[in-house]
Write a protein that binds this ligand. Sequence first.
Ligand SMILES: [Mg+2]
Length: 221
Amino acid sequence: MNHDELAIIFDFDNTLIKSNINFPAMKISMARAAKKHGVDFGNEEDIPHRFTAGNIIDQVEEFDKRNETQIVAELWDMVEKFERMGMENVSIDDDVLQMLEYLKEKGISASILTNNAKKPTIEVLERFNIVDYFDIVVAREDVKKMKPDKEGLEVIVQKLKLNPDKVVFVGDSWVDGVAAVKANIRFILYNRKLLDSNKYNIKIWKHVQTMNELVELIDED
Ligand SMILES: [Mg+2]
């Protein structure tokens, strides 16, 4: 890849760091709480793959507006509880640290786009002493719409003052892939089974299993 003005945006959970946020359980808990107030998300078993946390929040916010209730606050508390639990045993792989050092040496900009809250994200970056590797960290408070919306990617691209074609986004989830398509940014799928790209309408530009492979990819002409 041409390194001139190349910038890489990373997803956070299970891309840069390994966290144990139990997203299925989190979404089911959110839906259960919503149901008590009359917002029904259907069969519990289907909830984890039918909805993102953002979908659930959006629908409950609509309900709150119509009914002048504040159920959404209860749901955010739940999200934060699950995030805190997931971040307790967070780890980072050596090849992530090596990759970050490589980008720094090459002068390639690195940023983060996460649907997590800002504070725990920064705390983890500080804990592993890697906060300085990143030019921009955009968390959910920084945008109106979380991934799979494109807003976060566009915010970063604008701040970097780069064309979207100079940017790649590395992530492990379909929400990352969809955001990349919407923002017209190349998507690198990291470390997991191939996503069903037809189902989600994702264009996977490259697929890497490890951060060493990402470095090799960047190193290619
Ligand atoms: Mg992720």
